[in-house]
Each structure stands twice: as C-alpha cells, then as structure tokens.
Design a binder for this molecule. Structure first.
Ligand SMILES: Cc1cc2nc3c(=O)[nH]c(=O)nc-3n(C[C@H](O)[C@H](O)[C@H](O)COP(=O)(O)OP(=O)(O)OC[C@H]3O[C@@H](n4cnc5c(N)ncnc54)[C@H](O)[C@@H]3O)c2cc1C
Length: 494
C-alpha cells in the first residue's frame, strides 16, 4: 500500500508533535509513532506516574556502564515518561555553538512560543500563549531547609531558573498542569488533531526511501513486527512525502539514518547497505549529563511527601582554568514515585554535571545496537563530579546536624581522598536521561556535522532531522524544552 502526505514526521515525541503541528499550517501532515496512544483523555498514570508501563520505554544497553538507558516510547515520547523538569539552558549554551541561526536570540522565540509561563509571563523572555504550561511549585519543608543551607553557603536566591543567566537557588521550573506532567501528548496532540494532523501510533519507520539523494518517504510497518537492530522486519507500507522530518530521538534518529544508508562508510559497509550520503558524524558525539545520587532518609516523611519531585534546585558554576561556565546542579527528589519498593523516607540528593566534556558513541552492527555513553570518561568531568559530590555531602551533613536526614554508615561518598572518590563517582554515575548529539547540527564543512543550520541532512534533499539528536553541545539544562523548540522551528521552516 502507498499513501501520500505533504510532510511525514517520524516520531511523535517532544520535538515531533510540535514539528507536525507547525507543518500542518502548510499542507497535509502524517506523524508516525512506534509506541502507543493510550487514549484521550489521558489516563491518570500518564500525568502523575513516574514509572510507566514497560511498553512506554525503549531500552538501550550502555556497554560502558552495563546500565540500561530508557528513552520514551508512545505519544509524547520522552515528554510522557519524564519528570517534567523544564529548564532552557543559558544564553551562552547556544551562542557558544557558533552555528548561524542557532544563537540564543534565534532560539528564544521558539522557547517562548511553546510555553505558557504561569508566574512570569509578562517578562520579555517568557511566553504566555504556548501549549506547555511552565510553573514553579510551592516549596515543602525539605526545600526550605535546602534553601536555608544555600543561603548560609553563600549561594544567591533567584526567583526564576529560566531567566537568562540565572544561577542560584529556587524551586524547579516544571511543565505541569494541576500537578500533572504536561508534555506534548497532553499539550500538543489535541491541537495537532484539530489542525488535521494524521497521527499514526504503533507504526515504525523501517527505512527512508530515496529517489537518488532526494528523500521521498519511508517504508513503515506495524510496530509489533519490527525487531530491534538493523533489519527491523519487513515493511508493509510505503508513505510517500514531499518532505520528511525525522524526530525519532537521540538514538532512534541515527538508527533510522544508518538503516537508510546515511552514516559512516565502514558502518554502512558492515551492514551491507548502499550509501546515500556518507556522514562520519551519524551516531558520534553522544552526550548526556552525568549524575551521582547521594541517597539518604528524611527523619519524617512529611518533610517531602507534599512535594516529592520538582522541588529545590541549586545551580552554580565550578572554577576551571580551561573551560567557561562549568555548571553544576544539586537537588533532592523522593525515590518512591519511581520505585514503589523504596521507603517513603528515601531521598536522592543529586549531584549533576551540566557541562560535560565526555562523549560517547552509538552505532549499528550486523548484531544490533552498540551504545557507549562515555559518562565521566573525561578526567576533568570526573574531577568536577568529585567537587559537586563534596558540596552535596556538605549540604546533607548540615541537614543531618539539624536532625532532618539520616546518612547511612559507610555511604559511598564518604571518601577523603579525591582520586579514590573519583573512582567511586565513575562507579555510581548514571544518566540524567538527556541523551543527545548523535546527528549534530553545524557547519556543512565540518566532517562531524550531520545536519546543516537549516536542519537538512547533508548530501540529501527533502530530509531533515529535528530533535535532541541535533544538539551539537548539550545545553546546561534538561533537554525536553529545547527538543520541543527544535521541533517547533523545523515544522515552521525555522
Ligand atoms: C526517564 C526520562 C526522564 C527524563 N526527565 C526529563 C525531565 O524531567 N526534564 C527534561 O527536560 N527532560 C527529561 N528527559 C529528556 C527529555 O524527555 C528528552 O530529551 C526529550 O523527550 C527528547 O525529545 P525528542 O523529540 O528528541 O525524542 P523523544 O521525545 O524520545 O521522541 C522520539 C519518539 O520517536 C519514536 N520513534 C523512535 N524511532 C521510531 C521509528 N523508527 N518510527 C516511528 N517512531 C519512532 C519514539 O518511540 C519516541 O516516541 C527525560 C527522559 C527520560 C527517558
């Protein structure tokens, strides 16, 4: 069977649904989603739960750490399974890319357009009419105690973490309505349907179709018949399209390009795939924010129960003679919403490095996917993590002194020697779930570049990639809002 649409969007996640909505202003749009549509109105779990049914995740094994890395699957993609932290990053994140059309002044209009800020809509840098409500929750007792320590330690109080250049302590900015996570499934799907977008859940793009180097559509199949890895089963339908926007996420997008003949020559040769465009950068440049969790117990569950996540957040910069704006985050969250077996008092104090230098790789081999995240591989990253962990431990010790938390004997971070603590940090480091960079945006003359500043895949026509995979350097922020903004820009032709 063959059908035609003016714009085919592959992946209905954070970026894809905004891309589809915007593209509908210019013609017919079909958006494919490998995962499910669990209904309208959304089930409560889609808004309030943090451990979703297994079908709502893609799982990727990180060969570096042995950890399994989740990615969202189903309408909304990562924005449906995430914790609704809504940070934009700093102006210097975007300006330092040096990519024409992607500086802070270029990206800000899209960040404003997607949001409806609930407290500061009147500010020049905020939007008041977007589909994603961004708010700050009322602090609970533990948040107030964290703010108290921040003041004593000399960190400034701020009102809005999304104000350009803001550093200091305040409540998290979070995309919620009535306390529930409000991602693109909740926020954009109704508008996309009203605009005439054809949304096709349970449908996987197997490979892209080309006429020479012009992308003319995709071969697709019902998701249940698509296996993992390079072959992905047989296509049952071809969707022809005037243009194709790939929004399949940090690993879904490079995987689809590789299966379609776009990638490093040796990888395509090993897969036996005829090249359409040889691009060394596909799957390279994997980035994520590493975090280390310092788990303690509050002495009274009431300290955290009213506000288990999206609470206090401290952001500050570390001194580094070789790099500017080495940003760190420290924040607490309750483990129980993510792990029902966890005691109601268990709180993870998170030490996160927001400007990592480490890079990883993602590729396909005839045997399947190979992911190496490279978390904390760079020595400077490990040294910075030691510093952030020590600061987090100082906060915890102060809370313990005040009788608010108890610290386990022999906790992993209680190591005096910096080199030994760096080893421990590498052992416990995990993902902040901000995978990105695998189809990097940049100067077409740079051999690492996959997509040009207009998001066109180099060496092709009619094909763009627009999602977290195009981020050339990960911003100092959670990646949901910027992924939405990238989709928004792509759908409207930038
Ligand atoms: C557990 C978790 C927690 C997170 N917490 C936060 C947070 O609190 N705040 C924040 O800002 N960010 C968070 N993130 C990150 C954020 O959600 C992602 O960066 C963002 O969703 C990326 O958007 P995207 O459009 O690139 O990809 P996604 O949102 O992942 O969307 C990609 C979509 O494409 C689909 N797809 C893939 N391959 C195909 C194919 N071949 N055919 C059809 N469909 C396909 C996938 O099923 C998926 O739905 C979290 C992520 C995870 C996984």
């Amino acid at each position: 069977m063959t059908t035609y649409t003016d714009t085919l969007v592959i992946g209905a996640g954070a970026a894809g649904l905004f891309a589809a909505l915007r593209a509908a202003e210019h013609g017919s749009v079909t958006v494919l989603e490998a995962g499910a549509d669990a209904g309208n109105p959304l089930p409560d779990w889609a808004l309030y739960d943090y451990a979703l049914p297994e079908d709502y995740y893609h799982r990727y094994l990180d060969l570096d750490t042995g950890q399994v890395m989740p990615q969202g699957r189903g309408l909304g993609g990562g924005s449906t399974v995430n914790s609704a932290a809504a940070l934009r990053g700093q102006p210097w994140c975007y300006d330092s890319w040096g990519v024409a059309g992607w500086g802070w002044a270029d990206v800000l209009p899209a960040l404003k357009a997607i949001e409806s800020d609930q407290q500061y809509a009147g500010r020049a840098y905020h939007g008041d009419a977007g589909l994603i409500p961004v708010t700050r929750l009322a602090p609970g007792p533990l948040d107030e105690a964290v703010f108290g320590w921040c003041r004593t330690a000399g960190y400034p109080g701020i009102e809005d973490h999304n104000a350009p250049g803001a550093l200091g302590h305040a409540m998290w900015t979070t995309n919620r309505r009535d306390g529930g996570r409000w991602g693109t499934w909740a926020g954009v799907v109704p508008a996309a349907r009203a605009a005439g977008v054809a949304i096709r859940p349970d449908t996987t793009a197997v490979r892209l179709v080309f006429d020479g180097t012009r992308c003319t559509g995709a071969e697709v199949t019902a998701t249940g018949t698509a296996g993992p890895g390079p072959s992905r089963g047989e296509a049952t339908e071809v969707i022809r399209a005037g243009r194709v926007i790939v929004c399949a996420g940090a690993y879904g997008s490079p995987e689809l390009l590789l299966r379609s003949g776009i990638g490093p020559e040796p990888v395509l040769a090993a897969l036996g795939i005829t090249p359409v465009s040889v691009l060394a950068g596909v799957g390279a440049n994997v980035q994520d924010h590493p975090w280390c969790l310092l788990n303690v117990d509050v002495t009274d569950a009431a300290l955290i129960e009213g506000r288990p996540v999206s609470g206090a957040l401290l952001r500050y910069e570390l001194a580094d003679p070789d790099a500017e704006h080495v940003e760190a985050e420290i924040f607490p969250w309750q483990l129980r919403p993510y792990d029902r077996a966890s005691p109601p008092t268990r709180v993870a104090f998170t030490a996160a490095l927001m400007a990592p230098r480490s890079r990883g790789t993602f590729t396909l081999t005839p045997a399947g996917r190979e992911l190496r995240t490279g978390l904390l591989a760079d020595g400077a990253d490990a040294a910075h993590m030691v510093s952030i962990v020590r600061e987090t431990a100082a906060l915890i010790d102060d809370l313990a002194k005040d009788g608010l938390v108890t610290v386990p004997d022999g906790a992993w971070w209680q190591i005096a020697d910096d080199a030994a603590l760096a080893v421990a940090c590498r052992r416990v480091a995990g993902t902040y779930n901000h995978h990105s960079g695998t189809c990097r945006l940049g100067d077409p003359g740079d051999e690492r570049t996959v997509v040009a500043p207009d998001l066109t895949v180099l060496g092709t026509a009619g094909l763009t990639v627009a999602d977290s995979s195009v981020l050339p350097v990960i911003p100092r922020a959670n990646t949901n809002l910027i992924s939405m903004a990238i989709g928004y820009r792509a759908g409207s032709g930038l």
